[in-house]
Design a protein around this ligand. Structure first.
Ligand SMILES: [Fe+2]
Length: 233
């Protein structure tokens, strides 16, 4: 999970994790016993394990979730859903929020593997992009990643479900996804990337994201053609 300090001094928290005693103390000190927690946002439909514990500890914060969060945790009085444009723009200019494009966001199937969809956050002052599953930073890639996928250290790639279930099987879905990634690189001045499962890239994140997209281009074009469309880059 990530703690975003707004220019107001309050915090927006992205996702939740189970807290041990030390983490509880650190959050208590950082947020004045939770008083400074303005909002907690569920950013990935499948990162849900700690929301109930977090709500028990901090019931006064405003909780926002994906549609799946809202369906799954009825006992949390959700303040809104991330598919609402007014929620996505609520913390600008400190924090920009974007939904992954080109695939199912509300109810991704199959649930066991299709974890691509989510909210991409950009903390504008620190030029940091924060993502869960859609983008990945390879950290010390092992034999298989290096040998088969040609990954190098700190390379940005995409969640593997991009190549099977993540995008709609429609002629335009691949182009929608591609254009969205390009949009991210044009609309936001980011230099760092923090990911839920991979590494943290300090410096050069935009260049790496574009390199990752370039590397994926041939496979994406094949997917687009197979679905009756094309990919124009
Ligand atoms: Fe994940």
């Amino acid at each position: 999970m990530s703690f975003i300090k707004l220019s107001s001094g309050k915090f927006v928290l992205l996702s939740t994790v189970q807290l041990d005693a030390q983490a509880k103390r650190e959050i208590h000190d950082l947020t004045q016993g939770g008083e400074l927690i303005e909002a907690i946002i569920g950013t990935n439909p499948f990162h849900t394990l700690a929301f109930e514990q977090f709500y028990t500890l901090y019931p006064n914060a405003a909780y926002y979730g994906t549609p799946r969060h809202l369906r799954k945790f009825k006992e949390i009085p959700w303040a809104g859903c991330v598919t609402d444009p007014s929620v996505l723009s609520r913390w600008t200019p400190d924090l920009a929020l974007e939904l992954t494009q080109g695939g199912e966001f509300d109810d991704p199937q199959p649930e066991s593997t299709n974890h691509f969809a989510g909210v991409v956050a950009i903390h504008v002052p620190s030029k940091t992009m924060i993502v869960d599953d859609c983008f990945r930073v390879s950290r010390n890639p092992g034999f298989i990643e290096r040998g088969i996928f040609g990954r190098r250290d700190m390379e940005v790639s995409f969640h593997w479900s991009l190549y099977n279930d993540a995008l709609y099987k429609t002629p335009g879905a691949v182009q929608t996804f591609y254009d969205w990634v390009i949009h991210l690189t044009k609309a936001y001045d980011f230099d760092n990337m923090s990911t839920a499962h991979g590494g943290i890239l300090l410096g050069g994140a935009k260049t790496e994201l574009l390199l990752g997209l370039e590397k994926a281009k041939d496979a994406l074009k094949k997917m687009a053609v197979a679905n009756g469309g094309d990919l124009v880059c």
